[in-house]
Design a protein around this ligand. Structure first.
Ligand code: ADP
Length: 400
């Protein structure tokens, strides 16, 4: 039924995703993505009433440009569904140390999201742009905006996982700890896996890999997230599109002291010029690596480093599983669409019981879900994430 619809905004580091859906019956009336922000051609792709469309909307567009386009031009043409929206849900990456669950947005919450910018410098600012533009464009919904935080899923991690081995004082006074990110996605695909495996969520032991421009792995034991690869900020952990993931902190001292680089310059290198982009010197887009893996030396090396680190994380999380691992899940733009990285990663995990089924693995992409390992292997699944649905479900819970 065309009522009780939620508008969901998910402003990522390089894209703006949006959807209008009914969280009760899970029906998605409209979903869309503005991608290739800050590149020579920015596109909007959308699916409306089951039909897919794509068009170029300009060049070098920012998040603000994309949101203005969505609100001023795009949505206004879709009055039938637009008039049935009852609330707006926003993905916010970092809730800092004060926000533990989804909340109605007000001035205090905006301030707390602002305060957490140092912990998510690529994300919280664009999440705030989304919130502020939504409130400005739709004053009637100003008390119906809900912020759903990627950090909530990690609030029950044990101290053994979230504390860094630096003087305890930094945690006590400044709350420097591992907060994690992508929690909405990890939680969603783990819940879907529980359904596939016919298990209750609180008896689930699973390792979930969210691999997109940002990438992270989470270990869930008895339904509780017990560790994750992202840390104080979404910079720690896996190799990402433009982020370095784990490095020896001494590299920063070397760049600063021996190379004379400023802290801002080093920050830009590690967050915007590293990862796949830094290694290849060419692109952060996985489509490039998939196409050139067998032909370009740097493309192959970059992918091999990506998979090497991912497989090390997965293998180390086996130690947290209390005698049983039910499955591994791959999700996110890369996890869902690139059989190559799933094959390379799982082949490194042969010793702990994983064997990829080449045919199954190759056929699962473009929104399909399913098993990608052989019948005798421990199971690994591809489960497309649906952060929009998860956010809409949280939003309706809070506004009602
Ligand atoms: P984020 O939400 O962090 O911006 P996504 O989950 O959308 O990221 O994933 C983006 C990544 O997924 C990019 O590296 C992109 O190239 C890759 N990707 C998306 N679709 C495909 C595809 N069909 N084939 C290969 N790579 C893809």
């Amino acid at each position: 039924m065309l009522n009780n619809l939620i508008f969901v905004l998910n402003c990522g580091s390089s894209s703006v995703k949006f959807a209008i859906l009914n969280p009760n019956n899970k029906k998605k009336y409209l979903s869309g993505l503005v991608e290739c922000l800050f590149l020579s051609k920015t596109y909007i792709k959308w699916k409306y009433l089951g039909i897919e469309h794509k068009t170029c909307i300009g060049s070098n567009l920012s998040h603000k440009d994309a949101l203005n386009f969505i609100f001023d031009e795009f949505l206004l043409e879709k009055k039938d569904i637009f008039n049935n929206i009852i609330g707006i849900g926003h993905r916010v990456v970092h809730g800092g140390n004060k926000i533990k669950s989804s909340v109605l947005v007000d001035d205090d919450i905006i301030q707390l999201i602002q305060n957490a910018i140092p912990f998510a410098p690529l994300h919280n600012p664009v999440n705030l742009i989304g919130i502020k533009i939504a409130i400005e464009k739709f004053p009637a919904f100003s008390k119906k905006n809900v912020a759903v935080f990627d950090t909530s899923f990690y609030q029950n991690m044990p101290e053994t996982s979230f504390l860094y081995a630096i003087p305890y004082f930094f945690y006590k006074k400044y709350r420097i700890r591992r907060y994690g990110a992508h929690g909405t996605s990890h939680h969603y695909v783990a819940s879907e896996a529980a359904v596939i495996l016919n298990k209750s969520f609180n008896s689930l032991n699973i390792i979930t890999c969210h691999l997109g421009n940002g990438a992270s792995v989470s270990a869930v034991c008895n339904g509780i997230c017990v560790d994750t690869s992202m840390g104080l900020t979404p910079l720690e952990g896996l190799v990402m599109g433009t982020r370095s993931g784990d490095i020896d902190p001494s590299i920063i001292f070397f760049m600063h002291q021996k190379l004379g680089m400023s802290i801002d310059e080093i920050h830009t290198i590690l967050t915007k010029k590293s990862g796949l982009l830094g290694l290849s010197g060419i692109s952060s887009d996985f489509r490039y690596f998939e196409k050139n893996y067998y032909f370009e030396k740097n493309a192959k090396l970059s992918v091999d480093i990506f998979c090497h680190r991912l497989s090390k994380y997965i293998a180390s999380y086996m130690a947290l599983m209390e005698n049983r691992l039910d499955a591994i899940v791959f999700t996110g733009g890369i996890g869902e669409n690139v059989p190559l990285i799933r094959e390379i990663t799982l082949s490194k995990l042969f010793l702990i019981g994983f064997k990829v089924d080449i045919k199954r693995n190759f056929t699962i992409k473009n929104g399909k879900h399913g098993l990608i390992t052989t019948d005798t292997s421990r199971p690994a699944f591809v489960i497309p994430t649906d952060e929009e649905l998860a956010i809409a479900q949280e939003t309706i819970k809070i506004i009602s």
